[in-house]
Design a protein around this ligand. Structure first.
Ligand code: ZN
Ligand code: FE
Length: 256
């Protein structure tokens, strides 16, 4: 039984960086270090040594701390082999189905293109934790900078099929704004309304709304509901295929 300890570090205006430790071995990794300083500070404070950076995709607000962390700690940088040219300092290429070992904890790599062409997610099955970068957000999904709606729908469908008690460690605190949009496309969804209220309460207290669980996302996230009949009804698209429903939802969010 592996135990994964997860430290959530809020940085920049709305990013989350995750410092994770396999408790049995003491081996540590950091997911998507936008900046290096707060990570180094936490490593120092807790007497931890960084072994790996795990990148989900190439954007600067996910890789900005790579080179400084590597220079200061000697850690190895793990990222998508498909996107190796755009991941600063990459040492270890991974792709679909690869297993990444952090001490006694294991993560499966899932290729989830759409936000960027080389986006990946790290799924720690035993720890019930998913690090999904900017693919799936609490109540939202990433913008389609480098992919098609069909690609993103396939990526989100793959994430959606993981166990419902999986915690979703996404890379941004966008939930409150996402909830406001979600209510415009799915106004009669009782679970969504209740969740939006919870999110407001948490933000009032300055608390994070991340992680959520995959089960919560399946019930309330409009971008996971493009094949749900109630959702299609709410959107006035009962005859449409899921990719078209997803594309329309994404379009409405883009202009919201
Ligand atoms: Zn991004
Ligand atoms: Fe981002």
């Amino acid at each position: 039984m592996s135990i994964l300890e997860i430290h959530q570090i809020p940085v920049l205006s709305d990013n989350y960086v995750y410092l994770i430790e396999d408790k049995e071995s003491g081996e540590c990794a950091v997911v998507d270090p936008a900046v290096a300083e707060p990570v180094l500070d936490l490593l120092d404070a807790r007497g931890m040594k960084l072994a790996y950076v795990l990148n989900t995709h190439h954007h600067g607000d996910h890789t900005g701390g790579n080179l400084a962390l590597k220079a200061k700690t000697g850690c190895k940088i793990v990222g998508a082999g498909r996107d190796a040219a755009r991941i600063p300092g990459i040492d270890i290429d991974v792709g679909e189905g690869d297993v990444f070992q952090l001490g006694h904890s294991q993560a499966r790599v899932l290729e989830v293109p759409g936000h960027t062409s080389g986006h990946i997610a790290y799924w720690f099955k035993e720890a019930r934790a998913l690090f999904c970068g900017d693919t799936l957000f609490a109540l939202g999904c990433g913008r389609l900078f480098e992919g098609s709606p069909a690609q993103m729908w396939a990526s989100l469908s793959a994430l959606r099929s993981l166990p419902g008690d999986t915690r979703v460690y996404c890379a941004h605190e966008y939930t409150q704004a996402n909830a406001r949009f979600a209510l415009t496309v799915d106004p009669d969804n009782a679970a969504l309304r209740a969740r939006a209220h919870m999110v407001d309460q948490l933000r009032l207290k300055g608390k994070p709304t991340v992680p959520s669980t995959l089960a919560e996302e399946c019930a309330t996230n409009p971008f996971l509901r493009a094949d749900d009949s109630d959702f299609c009804q709410a959107l006035g698209m009962v005859q449409s295929d899921p990719v078209s429903v997803f594309a329309e939802t994404r379009h409405r969010k883009d202009i919201f």
